[in-house]
Design a protein around this ligand. Structure first.
Ligand SMILES: [Zn+2]
Ligand SMILES: [Zn+2]
Ligand SMILES: [Zn+2]
Length: 142
């Protein structure tokens, strides 16, 4: 893990008033360095041989979500992808773009979609936008 990442991990844990453990640090480090949402499995893969076990990752993610420093970005093939909350507001995440050709998903931080107005008795608490199409790489070769 880079020094810059280590420093950010410490800040995140501090802001959430969470005790620093190796597992928690490794997981947040993986999310910080990925720059895209990851599944629990992908987090484990990124950490590598010394990755915490499944239960530890599961518990750490629950803690992070409860503390609001990590959130569920989107679901794909019934698997949740998680990301750090620092690019998102509480009621709206940035849109996520999934490429139908290569399968990669990108965070579109610079794009914001107007909040849907509450209507007909539905109270909208969170808007999640998932877009599909061809990423820049695939659209060039299409
Ligand atoms: Zn988000
Ligand atoms: Zn693509
Ligand atoms: Zn994102």
């Amino acid at each position: 893990m880079e020094d810059r990442t280590k420093h950010k991990v410490e800040q995140l844990l501090k802001s959430a008033r969470l005790r620093r453990t190796k597992a928690r640090s490794d997981i947040l480090g993986a999310l910080l360095e990925a720059h895209q949402p990851l599944t629990r499995e992908q987090i484990s893969e990124r950490i590598g041989a010394c990755a915490p076990n499944k239960v530890t990752i599961y518990r750490a993610m629950e803690t992070f979500v409860a503390a609001d420093i990590v959130h569920k970005a989107f679901v794909q093939d019934r698997t949740w992808y998680f990301e750090l909350s620092h690019h998102c507001t509480t009621d709206q995440c940035h849109p996520h773009f999934s490429c139908t050709s290569c399968g990669r998903t990108d965070c579109l931080h610079e794009l914001s979609i107007p909040m849907t107005a509450d209507s007909g008795g539905y109270i909208i608490q969170h808007q999640r936008v998932q877009l599909e199409g061809l990423c820049p790489k695939c659209s060039k070769s299409a």
